[in-house]
Design a protein around this ligand. Structure first.
Ligand SMILES: Nc1nc2c(ncn2[C@@H]2O[C@H](COP(=O)(O)OP(=O)(O)OP(=O)(O)O)[C@@H](O)[C@H]2O)c(=O)[nH]1
Length: 332
């Protein structure tokens, strides 16, 4: 942002240079050359991340330009408006609690001091009436554009941060799948959708078999990689409308909207077969991984909880029956 601002400000000064040459005011024109040089130096410092001296140069340029412009051409030139642009920048980037407000108060005192000085000294290098009007209009236009740009920039920054927070709060950091909270929210939305009214919704719950043994035999890091491996295979077996989540440590849950038990069992079997067929590469060896799965249908108007409990019960029957298998729960 700061580097872009220095480029834009230098372009504005270049336009002023041309404008003052046009109005036959060479002294004012060459002053703008000094401003462009200051912005070039600030840009070079910012590019090397030498931020504080760069900011000092920008403050010096704006305060100096506002002062000289106002004293030479008069208060009506509108150069003092640029000082107002420091208010949002100071408040947003201030960091410390009181310092930004102290700076704003100092800015206000400077602004009022400049007003008093302009009244006391009068206009030292007056322009023609047309010239003054053009300079005033140009300054107002630039300040409007800068205010709009700054507001848009801060708005965009806040929106991006908001999106990142939502993504962080809804995603399992290890696998990138939805987390438990997000699946519950999305399931509630999916179950309430009118287009699913009258259509069954199914659940598949999957648990890695003998996962404690994988951890103990190959280490916790290999255990984590096993979870990621299973998550990838599971996501690949799901359809676009399905919602897959990491439900707990080594447990996954898939919500299948508009799906009956028969179709959900096929999806569960596809997941089981995919995991069983692809051991995880671990150095020169391979870790064999299997899943036990439970399938349940969410009854009409039933909340998620009891259906998950039925799927969980079916999963434990899969464990008891020898693991690496799919069991379908009875209806609610
Ligand atoms: N590496 C790793 N281990 C985890 C994670 N979450 C839970 N675990 C471990 O997973 C193991 C689960 O063990 P158990 O619940 O006994 O289940 P199991 O060994 O898979 O046995 P069965 O489910 O009966 O087949 C525990 O030792 C947990 O510490 C994780 O995020 N990463």
């Amino acid at each position: 942002m700061a580097r872009r601002v220095t480029v834009m400000a230098a372009c504005v000064d270049l336009a002023f240079l041309a404008l003052f040459l046009w109005f036959d005011a060479p002294l004012l024109a060459w002053l703008n050359l000094g401003s462009i040089a200051l912005y070039a130096a600030a840009y070079a410092l910012l590019a090397r991340r030498i931020n504080l001296p760069a900011l000092a140069l920008i403050w010096t340029e704006v305060l100096g330009h506002a002062t000289l412009g106002t004293l030479l051409i008069g208060w009506d030139s509108g150069f003092h408006y640029y000082l107002l642009m420091f208010i949002p920048a100071t408040i947003v980037s201030g960091g410390h609690r009181t310092r930004p407000f102290v700076l704003v108060v100092l800015l206000f005192l400077f602004y009022m001091g400049l007003h008093a000085a302009a009244r006391a000294t009068g206009t030292l290098a007056p322009l023609s009436a047309t010239g003054l009007w053009v300079v005033h209009a140009f300054n107002v236009a630039v300040v409007f554009a800068m205010a709009a740009y700054t507001a848009r920039y801060y708005y965009g920054t806040v929106r991006r941060a908001e999106h990142q927070l939502v993504a962080l709060a809804s995603t399992d950091p290890l696998t990138g799948l939805s987390n438990r909270r997000n699946l519950i929210d999305r399931a509630e939305q999916a179950l309430q959708q009118p287009r699913h009214a009258g259509q069954p919704t199914a659940l598949v719950i999957a648990d890695i078999d003998h996962f404690k043994h994988i951890n103990d035999a190959h280490g916790h890091e290999a255990g984590d990689r096993t979870i990621v491996h299973v998550a990838e295979l599971l996501a690949r077996c799901c359809r676009a409308q399905d919602i897959a989540a990491r439900w707990g440590g080594e447990e996954f849950l898939v919500l299948l909207p508009a799906t009956d038990t028969g179709a959900a069992t096929l999806v569960a079997e596809r997941i089981r077969a995919a995991v069983a067929a692809q051991p995880l590469a671990h150095g020169s060896a391979a870790i064999a991984v299997t899943l036990s799965l439970g399938v349940a249908e969410v009854a009409h108007d039933e909340p998620l909880g009891p259906a998950v409990a039925r799927a969980d019960h079916a999963l434990y029957r899969s464990k008891e029956d020898g693991r690496n298998r799919v069991t379908v729960a009875g209806r609610a």
